[in-house]
Design a binder for this molecule. Sequence first.
Ligand code: SF4
Ligand code: SF4
Length: 391
Amino acid sequence: MNYAFDRNGRKISRLGYGCMRFTRKGGMIDHRKAEKEILHALELGVNYYDTAYVYPGSEKCLGRILHDGRCRDAVSIATKLPQYLVRTESAMEAIFRKQLARLRTDRIDYYLMHMFTDLSEWERLQTLRIEEWIRRHKAGGEIGSIGFSFHGDTGTFLRILDAYDWDLCQIQYNYLDENSQAGRAGLQAAAARGVPVVIMEPLRGGRLVHLPVKARRELEKSGKGCSPAELGLRWLWDQPEVTCVLSGMNSLEMIDENARIASQTVTGGCTAEDLALVERIRGIIREREKVPCTGCRYCMPCPHGVDIPGIFHYYNLMHMEGKGRARIEFARNIGLRRDAGFASRCAGCGRCEAHCPQHIRIPEMLKQADADLRPLLLKIGIAAARRFMGR
Ligand code: SF4
Ligand code: SF4
């Protein structure tokens, strides 16, 4: 495993473990499976584990695994304050205490303000005397480093970066987002200020893994012999400003593969030919993508039961892989579910839009997606199949 260092000289593995996508069974995290995966990643040298207060069951699961495996001191825990839920200083403290309890620890190594999209969010926390709160917890050893995760635009990122002496930041960054969100400009600005940058959505919610056929052919034709995921990760680790890349790993194979790439990839290792290949693939993806949804699920749950990310996934798939396959998968994976989250349930309340870091006009796009994914004949077919299945 390759490592970088934070501002205090603490080692951070270049591959970090995103604990948002643990496998679930009947809605609950499959703890035994997650335990095997976390311990396996640790054996391979992964020492940075990222979770958040609002990832259902994630902090508790991670805390139990580290406690039972007696490996708390071998790792760094990064978790996040749901700043959008905090209205008082005492609420902030209560959430933090709950997080320590869930994680079965007496300290959080990296504590991040979750999902900043605007400077006003930090300013509001300042009115709750958060700076004094941070100073106290750092002095007491309960917080190691302080940071923020970000989903706004580049200008806002730069303003937030300058608004406090941050130890770390976390941004969405991948070859499709090179010039959106914090973007390369934000990444470089953070690095120039000595602020380590952790990358989330490195493969854009799987979009850079499941490439369109034409892009896959382009990759095969290049003779690089690497997978789409490897190409996306190599592009990131090529950049010296990238400290750590988070991956929401949920299989041993995925952990082995990502750890291998992280160990073999060196900064500045991409050739001009590699970068040109990325450019061609990016162009092909952009030709087809309809909705820039990363599958982050911040818009969920919808009070009317619409499966927003699921629908956008199949809508994009339809444009990337052809109508037939996407419609069949949509019908099977969403249409036949007991609680099918069809877009037609959308009441247009707009609640989801306010939480979408990609600023997608969700109700409007859902209408379009529904019309394309469920033409009349398929609607009738799904309804008949549901009746047959007693749903
Ligand atoms: S706008 Fe539609 S999809 Fe979004 S939360 Fe409201 S009902 Fe759900
Ligand atoms: S619609 Fe927006 S908030 Fe919802 S999953 Fe997609 S990117 Fe995330």
